[in-house]
Write a protein that binds this ligand. Structure first.
Ligand code: SF4
Length: 414
């Protein structure tokens, strides 16, 4: 069947599923961001921007995996412009290749290369705070089967990050790249919340911006109260699979040390504390049966969180590198369901300023998949109103706390 022209979200989904080849006409060393093999391996592709009428979509396209070599999609350069061509039907899509920020080539005051402290993934700054993940060091290894963190941390990134280095890179990314969101991430560590706290406080106080944390769930839920007080705006919990058998089979460490319920408890608690749309449940689509993925989306939105759905990527070097990449038709159903579930549960999506996540098909990318009708129209009108109302809230949340406190002290009492 000859494929029809896809909208930007459909193209994003198909590129995640099929990957892309690079035509010799491309000059990515000069024009693009280098392929970065960091963390669980999801960022191992090429960053692209797919322009669209509702929003521009940032994505990280698989280009190195075997399945990408068989992709019908090819990135070509013509003059100064880039296109993704679909060789099956001679279709072509205009795209933008975001350039590498100039600070990637610089060092912090202590001499550490800045790109080894944090990297842009879309428009946000991702920082892996801890020294890898203990699941990789147990015997037998209990690492998640799709993950390559054990091979990547310390190769492309500094394993133990210094507080001052992190503050300096966060400030530089904010000033020079317009970053509004810093995401701290860690694998399994018994002290991950204590380790994260000083980084959260230092960046919130001295740099500002929105702060996200992606750590293992804590059974002591009061930990989240303290982290929120320090300035965390967002938590995400990677439980990956709704089906308990898949959870146990592919996440042996999480099954043995925490269990699925710990993720649900932390997700529900923080969603209640921070309000609708501030917390996310992170899952992988394309491995467990699609009915389970749809159930996960219903559960996550039902508790007031938003679903962060990664299309499974068989990353080179992972145990699952031979597992097939998901089918487009299945993934389109999944992401249409994301939109419908967010609409039904009135989850505010796409409110945070300049926050585009390239590793996944972001919840508000799915606005391109909405079925026309009164319920979509009403949800979109509500989102537009929420976007306006949220602007002053985000402005105040993003101010550095030291600066805000100093300003109000200088103003003095009336
Ligand atoms: S928790 Fe799992 S996905 Fe995360 S770093 Fe460890 S092994 Fe990888």
């Amino acid at each position: 069947m000859i494929p029809a022209l896809l909208n930007p979200c459909e193209l994003e989904i198909d590129l995640f599923c099929k990957g892309m080849r690079i035509d010799p006409s491309c000059a990515l060393v000069e024009d693009g961001r280098g392929v970065s093999r960091t963390r669980a391996g999801l960022g191992s592709g090429l960053e692209l921007v797919l322009p669209g009428s509702l929003k521009n979509i940032w994505m990280n396209v698989p280009v190195e995996e075997d399945f990408a070599r068989a992709s019908p999609y090819r990135l070509v350069k013509s003059g100064t412009a880039y296109w993704v061509e679909d060789d099956r039907a001679g279709l072509r899509y205009p795209v933008r290749v975001p350039s590498e920020p100039s600070w990637y080539a610089r060092r912090t005051s202590s001499g550490t290369p800045m790109r080894r402290i944090g990297v842009l993934q879309g428009t946000y700054l991702g920082i892996y705070i801890s020294n890898s993940c203990l699941y990789w060091y147990s015997d037998p290894s209990m690492h998640c089967r799709f993950c390559t963190t054990g091979a990547n941390v310390g190769v492309n990134e500094v394993a133990l990050k210094g507080l001052e280095d992190v503050v300096e890179v966060a400030r530089t990314a904010r000033e020079e790249s317009g970053v509004t969101f810093v995401h701290f991430n860690s694998g399994y560590s018994k002290r991950c919340h204590e380790e994260a706290a000083p980084f959260v406080k230092a960046v919130k106080d001295r740099v500002g911006g929105l702060i996200g944390l992606q750590l293992m769930p804590s059974r002591d839920l009061s930990v989240y109260d303290r982290l929120i007080d320090l300035g965390v705006d967002h938590f995400s919990f990677c439980y990956e699979f709704q089906n308990p058998e898949y959870f146990a089979r592919y996440l042996p460490g999480k099954e043995a040390t925490l269990g699925q319920q710990a993720f649900f408890d932390a997700l529900e608690y923080t969603a209640r504390k921070l309000g609708k749309g501030a917390v996310s449940g992170e899952i992988i689509a394309g491995v467990e049966p699609i009915e389970d993925t749809l159930r996960a989306i219903d559960y996550i939105t039902g508790v007031g969180a938003f679903p962060t759905v990664c299309i499974f990527r068989p990353v080179i070097g992972s145990d699952m590198e031979r597992h097939p990449s998901p089918r487009y038709d299945d993934m389109r159903i999944v992401f249409q369901h994301v939109y419908d579930a967010c609409r039904r549960n009135r989850i505010p999506i796409g409110l945070a300023p300049n926050l585009e996540v390239s590793l996944i098909c972001q919840h508000d990318d799915t606005r391109y998949l909405a079925s026309p009708g009164i319920s979509t129209w009403m949800y979109e009108a509500w989102l537009a109103a929420m976007r306006r109302l949220a602007q002053p809230v985000f402005r105040s949340r993003m101010a550095p706390r030291f600066a805000a406190a100093a300003a109000s002290a200088a103003a003095g009492p009336c």
